[in-house]
Design a protein around this ligand. Structure first.
Ligand code: PBG
Length: 312
């Protein structure tokens, strides 16, 4: 074991992991398609998050599910909205012991489930930008350490940076979901966040899974607009993209090991078809090996709790 440790090239530790958490106005509910993951009430979110710093996790990324959805997703940026309240509650609990990332997107908040506002039945990219900017400002003011736009509108990083700076939030970094593919692996998340589009799909704004060069262009544009770190999503079918981005740019790179990747592993483990703990450790180590600095993964808490990084 010591010789293997001597020669080991990639290591994954809890301090590189961000745990996604869902919060809603209602009571805590288990998510059927994601065993072990829940939508928390505000109180339970606060209780749950209090246990995370001692596990050594890097942070959490928060997703809000509002009571009320409308055409423009106005609860996304309401100071009394679910996510602003959740950020304040979590920060009050953990202070600087945990990084709090706020996902910035409208799909959980719009009645039609698209990530932007509509005009004539189509997503209007440019009309969405000021709303996203307002949303990012709202979360930063509530205390988020990082804002992470996941909507894939063009120009949103620049719009968010300008709005943050105008409000004096010059120290709030932007983690851009830059290479976010239009993926079937988001299925369980859309159950969890109640954010499936009510018509059509997201192919107009998320990336075509066939494309590699376009990912580099998306990353380059986001960095030019002011992104401090970039994300590739999903992770496992896109390890080549993580590597390409790593080789071409020197900003921190996050990879999102998404809901469908999580649920597939859980389903196989529940059937006794794979060794769950080994599969989790291997999955996360290999995403690291591909070039990610930070992993967003639903396995974060169990990985840390079971100390999977300490097993040989
Ligand atoms: C919101 C968003 C999605 C995910 C993260 N932010 C869903 C989507 O784009 O449909 C997916 C995360 C996951 O599947 O775990 N736009």
């Amino acid at each position: 074991p010591k010789l293997r440790a001597f020669a080991r090239e990639s290591r994954i530790t809890p301090e590189q992991l961000i745990w996604p958490m869902f919060v809603s106005e209602g009571a805590t509910q288990a998510i059927a398609s994601m065993p072990g993951i829940s939508r928390y009430s505000l109180d339970d979110l606060r209780r749950e998050v209090a246990t995370l710093p001692e596990l050594g996790l890097l942070g959490v990324i928060l997703f809000g599910i509002p009571n009320h959805k409308d055409e423009t997703g106005s609860e996304a940026h309401a100071d009394t909205g679910i996510l602003a309240k959740a950020i304040r509650a979590v920060k009050a609990e953990v202070g600087e012991r945990l990084l709090v990332v706020a996902d910035v997107c409208l799909c959980e908040y719009t009645s039609h489930g698209h990530c932007g506002v509509l005009r004539d039945g189509r997503v209007d990219n440019d009309a969405t930008l000021p709303i996203l900017a307002k949303t990012a400002v709202c979360y930063a003011q509530a205390g988020a350490d990082i804002v992470a736009p996941s909507d894939m509108m063009d120009g949103r990083v620049g719009a968010i940076r300008e709005a943050l700076d105008d409000e004096g939030l010059i120290e709030t970094p932007i983690l851009a979901y830059s290479a976010k593919y239009c993926s079937a692996f988001y299925g369980p998340f859309r159950d969890a966040a109640d954010s499936a589009p009510q018509f059509g799909d997201r192919r107009g704004y998320q990336m075509d899974p066939s494309n590699r060069r376009e990912a580099l262009r998306e990353v380059e544009l986001d960095i030019a607009e002011g992104a401090d770190a970039v994300m590739v999503k999903p992770a496992l079918p896109y390890l080549d993209i993580i590597r390409e981005v790593r080789d071409a740019f020197d900003v921190p790179i996050a990879a999102y090991n998404v809901s469908g990747e999580y649920s597939m592993l859980k389903a196989a483990a529940a059937n006794g078809w794979i060794d769950e703990d080994r599969a989790i450790a291997e999955t996360l180590t290999c995403i690291k090996r591909a070039g990610a600095d930070v992993l967003v993964t639903y396995h974060a808490k169990e990985f840390a709790e079971k100390r999977l990084h300490e097993r040989d």
